[in-house]
Design a protein around this ligand. Structure first.
Ligand code: MN
Length: 320
């Protein structure tokens, strides 16, 4: 990100909270600051979010940032003015893990500079709930939002969540990156767009099997998905459909195909229930099938029926 700012000669780098996932250590602040100091042509403005909130003993309280770095560390809305850019950036920092007051509802731009930007963090019930309409009426040229990991635009041409630069956990699927924008008060205000930037993504894939799918074929299907979606990414697979009852998939072997963190097998054996019933009318299997009569093909009951049949067949095989 720092390199991008240098290459593009960015005027401003905005960090909308949670730069750190927890209380930053002093050495972590020093590392971050030296990175920021390496782009002296870019003004960096940051706030603390709910994860790196400013605790009583937080190093944020006493840290001395380089001259191009401006932290809005107050609990109440304040602004840093950047006269050379004719710009003021407003914001506040979390001093607690949770804030349920809608602090941004009245966080109006004060007209200190030509271009006014708000840095805001939160948007859910426990982290400064945000009212879109109110946000749109505060008078800012741009509002940089943090907290939600999924990048999205909250108010077109005005307010957007950049999301996390990289996915932060296995369920943080979809693209990740940053928001790049330009504000030109004379030419229609603010334009911005999302730039995918993460070095890898978490991808959840479904693979549909049928009666002809062997273990080998399934392995090919999984490899194909990984090839299509990128080998650099990390996968979670869900197997669905009706498999040949005689075939069992070796999930451990499948899991060695690439960056696979989980495979769940929800396939069901494709029994011919009518035929099974005809042949077993007078034994336990027949009685069992009877007790599920009327279960729909995709229902939980049908799943239980299939599992039960598989167990009964296994037992019978053992007896033989
Ligand atoms: Mn947060």
């Amino acid at each position: 990100m720092i390199q991008v700012c240098a290459d593009e000669r960015a005027d401003l780098l905005l960090v909308a909270g949670d730069l750190f996932h927890r209380q930053p250590l002093l050495r972590e602040l020093k590392e971050a600051d030296s990175l920021f100091a390496s782009i002296p042509g870019t003004q960096v403005v940051l706030i603390a979010g709910n994860h790196d909130y400013i605790r009583r003993d937080s190093y944020y309280r006493t840290f001395r940032w380089s001259s191009n770095v401006h932290m809005l560390a107050g609990e109440k809305l304040e602004a840093v003015e950047l006269p050379r850019l004719s710009c003021a950036v407003y914001g506040l920092s979390y001093h607690a893990r949770q804030i349920s007051a809608p602090l941004y509802d009245e966080a109006r731009a004060q007209g200190r500079q030509r271009t006014e930007i708000l840095l805001a963090h939160g948007g859910d019930g426990a982290h400064i709930p945000i009212d879109r309409e109110r946000l749109a009426g505060l008078g800012y040229s741009y509002i940089a939002l943090g907290h939600i990991h999924r990048p999205h635009v909250l108010v077109p041409s005005l307010a957007a969540y950049a999301g996390a630069l990289e996915p932060t956990d296995r369920n943080d699927t979809g693209p990740h990156g940053y928001i790049e924008g330009e504000i030109s008060p004379d030419e229609g205000g603010c334009r911005f767009s999302f730039v995918p930037f993460a070095s890898r993504s978490y991808i959840h894939c479904e693979v549909e099997v049928d009666r002809r799918t062997t273990g080998m074929r399934l392995r090919e299907l999984v490899e194909e998905k990984i090839r299509q979606n990128g080998k650099e990414n990390i996968y979670k697979f869900l197997l669905k459909g009706y498999r040949d009852p005689d075939i069992a998939f070796d999930l451990d072997a499948l899991g060695r195909q690439g960056n696979i963190i989980a495979i769940s097998d929800e396939t069901r054996p494709a029994y011919d229930m009518e035929k099974l019933y005809r042949n077993n009318r007078n034994n336990l299997i027949g009685k069992y099938i009877e007790s599920f009569s009327g279960a729909e093909a995709d229902s939980v009951e049908y799943g239980a029926l299939c599992e039960g049949i598989a167990a009964l067949m296994e037992t019978r095989r053992g007896e033989a």
